[in-house]
Design a protein around this ligand. Sequence first.
Ligand code: NAD
Length: 250
Amino acid sequence: MRLVGKVALISGAARGMGAEEARLFAREGAQVVLGDVLDEAGEQVAAEIRQQGSGATYVPLDVTQEEAWSEAVKTAELTYGKLDILVNNAGIAGYSKGDDDTLEDFDRFLAVNTRGTYLGIRAAIPAIRRAGGGSIVNISSISGLIGQKYVHAGYNASKGAVRIMTKSIALQYAADSIRVNSVHPGPIRTDMTKAVWSNPEGRQRTEQATPLGRYGEALDVAYAVLFLASDEAAFVTGAELVVDGGFTAQ
Ligand code: NAD
């Protein structure tokens, strides 16, 4: 097992990649705190993990709210004694409607994806420092690496900001033994992308654009996050790990 004795806080863990990361981390020996705005689904994932014999606690966490982040970090320390790992996974996305793209959507992508990630980092750093060091994994996207005409530009901007912010925070906290890295998933089959993959035409278009010829699954990304969270990545900080079936290699 690769995370024995570790305590992890994962945002957006009620479904999709966040839920898969929580399940995988627990299987690898970690105790997990799951945060989300979908309380019922989040409670359910935590209960399912507890049934498998691991420690798991759900906390209501809107990542745009600073107070909610301090409560989530406090829950980790009070329940499991410390915090070693933060996964900033919560996010929202949207496709471009051309001239109809709204400023409200732009602001919301920045608020949840970028500011929400920064608030998580700010809340977790003192606790991870108290634990003697640890790992922060920020879920960006290939949308933070390349332009895409069919994606709301605000989503690209929000994920590009996560990528570069990750590197600054990595430099600022290296002396505290806190590693900070970003993960860049390509098209992954979750609720976020359901409108496309549930439509045969959209699905075929994505599969053809992906050299490995398929959508990624949440577990494909969870394994990459697991590596960065674990001590196996002890010399990895400020890095970006792309998990996209070759999408951005072309
Ligand atoms: P998802 O929609 O299935 O899950 C996202 C989770 O984040 C949901 O449980 C949602 O309730 C939660 N969330 C949304 N706003 C929140 C908020 N304000 N506070 C707390 N939780 C909030 O999507 P997913 O595909 O699992 O996405 C996970 C992450 O991966 C996101 O950051 C997303 O941008 C990123 N990503 C997804 C893909 C993809 O193809 N699915 C590709 C690249 C990056």
